[in-house]
Design a protein around this ligand. Structure first.
Ligand code: Z5A
Length: 229
């Protein structure tokens, strides 16, 4: 696995991403995971995509407003990737270089699922963007928060409250969100060395516990074993 976080010990920072559909609990779990890593003595930061730096947040505003949508999924994939370049250069890579773990709410799998699978972009374009933009900064672990689309959309709507406008992606119909769920599960199957599917229908504490089990078994224990003489 090509990765930024060196499991052999020279850089103790891990790069962990959370993926899944709307309202799956990614932001909630990012925060809880950073707290738990800190409690175990591992400095960590939470960040998100699109966003994470002032320039990438400007891209976020444009992308979620729907301003770029008329240009098509290829343009959106390129815009998400441009935001990702700044995010990687200014925030993710410097943190990892200092041994700080990074927990990122959405990353490459969202581009694969939304623009690739749902936008029907040529997989070669998605792969080329990843190669150029992400390079060796592939996540050590990706937590796929899985739940039926109806539940996630209801959670997102409840959080938004009455009168608030759904963003460009939240406005898509149920078939779109069901397709998205399948796309994330397919990625998890294809990339099972990196991805763990987490049942996100459970209460937040139970989801956090399942995430911690995955982090422990896939990263923390593995590093201990690899460091043994
Ligand atoms: N996008 C893309 O197309 N291509 C890309 O490459 C990238 C992104 C990087 C970003 O929107 C949009 O950009 C996204 C894909 C696209 N589509 N949309 N929309 P975003 O970041 O604003 O939206 P999101 O990623 O879907 O996040 P979200 O709607 O904020 O959901 P969440 O972070 O997964 O969930 P949450 O905020 O933690 O929880 C939502 C509500 O549920 C909240 O009230 C919680 O208190 C509640 N909650 C959380 N967990 C639970 C549990 N376990 N039980 C009950 N209630 C819960």
């Amino acid at each position: 696995m090509s990765s930024s976080a060196d499991l052999n010990g020279s850089s103790p920072g891990f790069f962990i991403t959370l993926e899944g559909g709307e309202g799956a609990g990614k932001s909630t779990q990012s925060r809880l995971l950073v707290e738990r890593l800190a409690a175990s003595g591992l400095e960590a930061i939470a960040t998100r995509e699109p966003g994470g730096t002032p320039l990438a947040e400007a891209y976020r505003t444009a992308l979620l407003s729907g301003a770029i949508a008329p240009l098509g999924p290829a343009a959106e994939a390129i815009a998400f990737s441009a935001a990702r370049i700044d995010h990687l250069d200014r925030k993710i890579a410097p943190a990892l270089a200092r041994g700080i773990s990074v927990v990122c709410d959405r990353f490459i799998d969202s581009t694969r699922a939304y623009q690739g699978a749902l936008g029907q972009l040529d997989p070669r374009l998605i792969a080329a963007l990843e190669r150029v933009v992400v390079g060796r900064y592939r996540p050590n672990l990706t937590l796929m928060l899985d739940l039926p689309s109806e539940i996630g959309l209801a959670r997102a709507a409840a959080r938004r409250g009455n009168g608030a406008v759904a963003d460009r992606f939240e406005q898509q119909d149920l078939a779109f969100h069901d397709g998205l769920r399948r796309a994330f599960l397919n990625i998890a199957t294809e990339d099972h060395g990196r991805c763990v599917v987490i049942d996100a229908t459970r209460p937040p504490d139970a989801v956090a516990e399942a995430i911690w089990q995955a982090v422990t078994s896939r990263l923390l224990n593995r590093r201990t074993v690899e460091r043994e003489p």
